[in-house]
Structures are given as structure tokens and as C-alpha cells.
Ligand binder design. Structure first.
Ligand code: SF4
Length: 396
């Protein structure tokens, strides 16, 4: 795979993220902040608070933005009028570039073609669809509300509505508890079959996440009670490597641990800001922001978020200042999660460390083992390297 990025193509403008904190019900694996109390009154109260937050933040964030991302939660739970109210305020408050990437996450559950057309006409030019699986038994186990056929229908509806930049979210590595697995079928083959079916729709982008067991989720409780048998590390590595191999054989660029794009044109511009320490402003409950080495985050409670803003204060719950060592570690951690890797000269300039010679022999050993490679000025993880990206960062 030839990844032709260079420091000059690195996006530098800030990104804007808005967290919509509502879901109809909690999925069994999810630890994102959201509440199921999505009454009209509650949503209106949230939008009023969000507008107040934008007003308070505008003077601290004078930059131009080239990405807007509505995530959650479930942004597609909001009516078109409610979305329009948010978008109008965004445009009046924060300058977006002409060519801004404007993404909205949507769940297939309650979407109609008219709704998608409405979303498109509000200016969203990228749709991230939470399919998660193309098999009903998986969707039920994950606690999703839609059926596989609904997911596929939504892809077609998104195309009809005019979305030519479509990203599909899928989850792999489900534990050995499904009927198919019990019957002795190979779950890895079933996953690859799902992936193959998703590729038939030629999405511009795919996010394929390894199932993780987060605290306070239903699947974590099931794991602790011994009701499910999670994959072993070796099995997880198989899933990861096979996923990467299949997608790259079909022309997708494996550009970040969980992310694939159909060529360089369709990388997620917004998510690259998180991976490259480019400033981003996060609005809404639990949203994180980062600028000039400072990261801060909002209250993870809709009530507290609204209450604080009603009193005229920013709803910030905590912050951390990243010193040179924290920035160095994060640069390694984030860089090794991307196929682009780490720019050697730039890293040396910022942190005074030549990654090829310090510590002595480490880079050469990892290159010999096929986990890293040097491409021009970049130290890049190979597919095998991406599979152990987090561990790689700790070696320096
Ligand atoms: S996975 Fe998405 S839809 Fe499900 S609870 Fe989490 S945020 Fe809501």
C-alpha cells in the first residue's frame, strides 16, 4: 500500500465537534455519554444550552474551521427543525470554510429518505452510518434497534439523498456465544462475509472497530459473569490482520488502526485532527476540546451541562495541560496508530529525540521484525505494526 501523505497535506485548521447526548436506548457495548430521556422539552433545553455554549466559546476560538462533526449519542434523533436550529447558530457563530467537511452520524433505525434529503440540504456532505453489523443475531446481541436489511436500505437511501461521502461503522470480534459459532461455523469467516457485503455498496470510508469491553456496559457484566467467551489476543490479531488484508485487496487505504478509505481523497478530515494534535473545539455534554497543549472536557451529565450554562458559565468539568513529555508520548501513541506514522525530523525538532537511534537498536529491530518501515522522512507502522500500535508507543 502506498500512502502518499506529506507534512504539507496535514490539515491545520481547527475542527468543531458537537455531541448530541440522546439515544432511544443504550446499546449493550456503549460507554459514550447519552441519555434515553429524549423528550421534546429535554432536547429544546439542550439546544438552548448548546447555543449559549457557542456564544460563550466564540471569543476563545476565533479560528476558521474546516470540519464540523455532529456525533453522539444519536444526532439523527433530532428533527430537521432542531438540526437546522443548531446549524444556523453554528454558521452565525463559527466561520466554516467553503469546502468544510460536514459530517453527521445517523442510525438506520428511524431514518426516512425525506429525512436524509433534509439533512443533505442543511449542508451536511458526509454521512456516518452506524450499521455495526449486517447480521441480525449480532445486532440483537449488541443491543441495536435496527435490522440488517434496514441498514442496507439506509445505504441506498443515503445515495439517493445525494451523499457521495458515506462512512459505515462496523464492529468485529464478537465473542463465542452466537448460534452460528455454537454450530461450529467460523466466526472470522462470517465477519469477512459481512465486510464483503458492505464493500459491495462501495462506501467511501469504513470504520471497523474491534469490540471492546468498557466499564459499566452490559457486555462487561456478561464477561465478568462468565456468560461469554471473549476472543483471545491471538484471535483478535487474526481478525485485525484479515480485515486489513481484505479491505486493502479491494482498494481501501488502511490509514488508521480502525479506519479505511477508498483512496486518499476520502480520509476523515475531522478525525485526523484528533490524531495530529490539531486544535478542536468540542461542544455538548462530555465533549473534549484541545488547543495549545491544553485539553479540557465538559460535564458528562446533561442536567449539569444545562444548569451550568443557564448560570452563564462554561460547563467544563476538568482539564489537563500536556507538558513536553506528555506531548511526546501522545505524539508517539497517536502517530503509531496511523499508517502515515511519525515524521522523523519534525519529531526530533520538537522533542530532541532521533527515533531511529534513540534508544539504540530499537527501531532497527522493529523494522527487521516487519512492524515498522521507513518511508522517506516517516517512520511508519506496517499492518503488523498497526496491530500492536499502542504497545509500540510504549517502547520509546
Ligand atoms: S452505540 Fe450509538 S446508538 Fe448505541 S447507545 Fe451508544 S451512542 Fe447511542
Amino acid at each position: 500500500m502506498n500512502l502518499t501523505l506529506s507534512p504539507t497535506t496535514t490539515p491545520q485548521r481547527a475542527g468543531l465537534y458537537i455531541h448530541i447526548p440522546f439515544c432511544r436506548k443504550k446499546c449493550h457495548y456503549c460507554d459514550f455519554y447519552s441519555t434515553a430521556a429524549a423528550t421534546k422539552g429535554r432536547i429544546d433545553e439542550f439546544i438552548a444550552a448548546l447555543r449559549q455554549e457557542m456564544e460563550l466559546q466564540r471569543s476563545f476560538w476565533p479560528d476558521e474551521y474546516d470540519t464540523l462533526y455532529l456525533g453522539g449519542g444519536t444526532p439523527s434523533l433530532l428533527s430537521l427543525d432542531q438540526l437546522a436550529e443548531i446549524i444556523d447558530t453554528v454558521r452565525k457563530t463559527f466561520p466554516l470554510t467553503q469546502d468544510a467537511e460536514q459530517t453527521i452520524e445517523a442510525n438506520p433505525d428511524d431514518i426516512t429518505l425525506d429525512y436524509l434529503r433534509g439533512v443533505r440540504s442543511l449542508g451536511f456532505n458526509r454521512l456516518s452510518l452506524g450499521l455495526q453489523s449486517l447480521r441480525d443475531e449480532n445486532l440483537i446481541w449488541l443491543g441495536r434497534r435496527h435490522k440488517a436489511t434496514q441498514g442496507l436500505w439506509t445505504i441506498e437511501a443515503a445515495r439517493q439523498a445525494g451523499f457521495n461521502n458515506l462512512s459505515l461503522d462496523l464492529i468485529f470480534g464478537l465473542p463465542e456465544r452466537l448460534p452460528a459459532a455454537r454450530q461450529g461455523q467460523n466466526s472470522l469467516s462470517l465477519w469477512l462475509w459481512e465486510l464483503d457485503e458492505a464493500i459491495c455498496y462501495e462506501p467511501e470510508h469504513l470504520s471497523c472497530y474491534q469490540l471492546s469491553y468498557e466499564p459499566h456496559t452490559l457486555i462487561m457484566r456478561q464477561k465478568q459473569q462468565g456468560l461469554i467467551q471473549p476472543l483471545t489476543e491471538a484471535e483478535e490479531a487474526d481478525y485485525f490482520l484479515e480485515t486489513s488484508a481484505l479491505l486493502e485487496s479491494r482498494g481501501y487505504l488502511h490509514y488508521e488502526v480502525s479506519n479505511f478509505s477508498r483512496g486518499g481523497k476520502w480520509l476523515s478530515r475531522h478525525n485526523q485532527k484528533y490524531w495530529q494534535h490539531i486544535p478542536y473545539l468540542g461542544l455538548g455534554p462530555s465533549a473534549h476540546s484541545f488547543a495549545r497543549g491544553r485539553r479540557y472536557w465538559n460535564h458528562r451529565s446533561l442536567s449539569l451541562y444545562c444548569q451550568t450554562l443557564k448560570q452563564g458559565s462554561l460547563p467544563i468539568a476538568g482539564e489537563e495541560i500536556l507538558g513536553p513529555e506528555e506531548l511526546r508520548l501522545e505524539t508517539l501513541y497517536l502517530g503509531f496508530r496511523t499508517r502515515q506514522g511519525i515524521h522523523l525530523t519534525e519529531f526530533c525538532r520538537r522533542f530532541g529525540q532521533n527515533l531511529l537511534s534513540d534508544p539504540p537498536g530499537l527501531a532497527n529491530r522493529l523494522i527487521d521484525e516487519g512492524k515498522l518501515e521507513v518511508r522517506g522522512e516517516w517512520l511508519c507502522p506496517t499492518r503488523q505494526g498497526l496491530a500492536i500500535a499502542d504497545a509500540l508507543a510504549l517502547m520509546w
